[in-house]
Design a protein around this ligand. Structure first.
Ligand SMILES: NC(=O)c1ccc[n+]([C@@H]2O[C@H](COP(=O)([O-])OP(=O)(O)OC[C@H]3O[C@@H](n4cnc5c(N)ncnc54)[C@H](OP(=O)(O)O)[C@@H]3O)[C@@H](O)[C@H]2O)c1
Length: 253
């Protein structure tokens, strides 16, 4: 089967691309580094020629609401229009659990716009909402770290291994469109500050963490809002197993 991976050079995109190839599929990578820009549409029609399914794992700027909505709106609109033109029969979008219940998060506003366009769009679709990835805590630290100090909210999350997310996306994209898929999550709940501390320790990094609800994530993200709903699909890899495997360590990237 011929599939396109939008965001093929990213964290999840690389894993999805490798997994599809391992399974014998024909994969077209879509990213600016690969000569396709979803914001301008350059190279997109050629990339989607003969493609049956598109997996969208792109990511954009998360700093301001308008910027995030513009990025996801334009990129998704172009991807769907080109997909319809090319006769794509399944559009698979990776989204995030809980985004409809959180206010004031720019990235989530962009993802909501992306979900809206896909679910009202011209190509049969599946939206896969996933929880935060196992490497999320270290990524958040990287956003605010200055001179060895970083602020981070004590979010309650149920994180999932990037490789497990990729496996679900591959399974879904090679099947029939399903509309909104089950929430997909890892096996255990975690506190984001604790995850960050353990990841930094495992990676030999010395960063002082300051827990707060006054930085990037506010109180609307507290409580159970980021946890998967009932009947979620639970992926197998625990945070400890992922840390021990070292696949997210700087030397493994
Ligand atoms: N992090 C989490 O915990 C989490 C949890 C659930 C869901 N998600 C979702 O997962 C998705 C993927 O995240 P990720 O961490 O794998 O992303 P990532 O590593 O930041 O990769 C983003 C990809 O998008 C491509 N891209 C960016 N702008 C583009 C453009 N104008 N045209 C074409 N390609 C473009 C990038 O390639 P180029 O730079 O080469 O263009 C790259 O391949 C995101 O939508 C995020 O919302 C994340």
């Amino acid at each position: 089967m011929r599939l396109a991976v939008a965001g093929a050079t990213g964290n999840i995109g690389r894993l999805v691309t490798a997994g599809l190839k391992r399974d014998g599929h024909d994969v077209v990578g879509v990213s600016r580094a690969l000569g396709v820009d979803l914001l301008t549409g350059a190279g997109l029609d050629d990339a989607l020629t003969g493609v049956e399914a598109v997996i969208d794992v792109t990511n954009g700027p998360a700093t301001a609401r308008d910027e995030a909505v513009r990025f996801f709106g334009t990129a998704t609109g172009n991807l769907l229009a080109a997909g319809r033109q090319a006769g794509v029969r399944h559009h698979v979008l990776l989204s995030i659990v809980g985004i409809h219940d959180v206010e004031g998060n720019a990235h989530y506003e962009g993802k909501r716009e992306q979900e809206r366009l896909v679910s009202e769009g011209p190509v049969p679709w599946t939206i896969v909402p996933a929880t935060q990835f196992h490497d999320f805590a270290e990524m958040v630290v990287g956003w605010t770290e200055r001179d060895g100090v970083a602020t981070i909210a004590p979010l309650l999350v149920q994180p999932i291994a990037p490789a497990d997310v990729a496996a679900v996306l591959i399974e879904v994209a090679t099947g029939e469109p399903q509309g909104r898929y089950l929430d997909v999550a890892g096996p255990e709940t975690q506190d984001l500050v604790d995850m960050a501390r353990r990841t930094l320790h495992a990676h030999g990094r010395d960063v002082r963490l300051v827990p707060t609800w006054n930085a990037l994530f506010g109180p609307s993200m507290a409580g159970n809002v980021l946890l998967p709903g009932e009947n979620a699909r639970i992926a197998p890899t625990t945070f400890d197993e992922w840390l021990a495997a070292g696949t997210g360590s700087p030397s493994a990237r």
